[in-house]
Unconditional design. Sequence first.
Length: 70
Amino acid sequence: MSFQAYIDNIQAKTGNTPEDFVRLAEEKGFLKQGVPTVKATEIVNWLKANFDLGHGHANAIFAYFKGKRD
């Protein structure tokens, strides 16, 4: 599955765009000026628990946080 397919599936499931997740993570204090301030595990666990994402999909959002775009 391509990275874009992961992002598309996440948006279809949650209604949130990657930028929505950036905003939500910043509100939680997980990102500061777009840079992760906590370990990947904490962010991935938050995404899995609060948005019912699987591990791979949660990691795709974390990769987006780290700058992956394609």
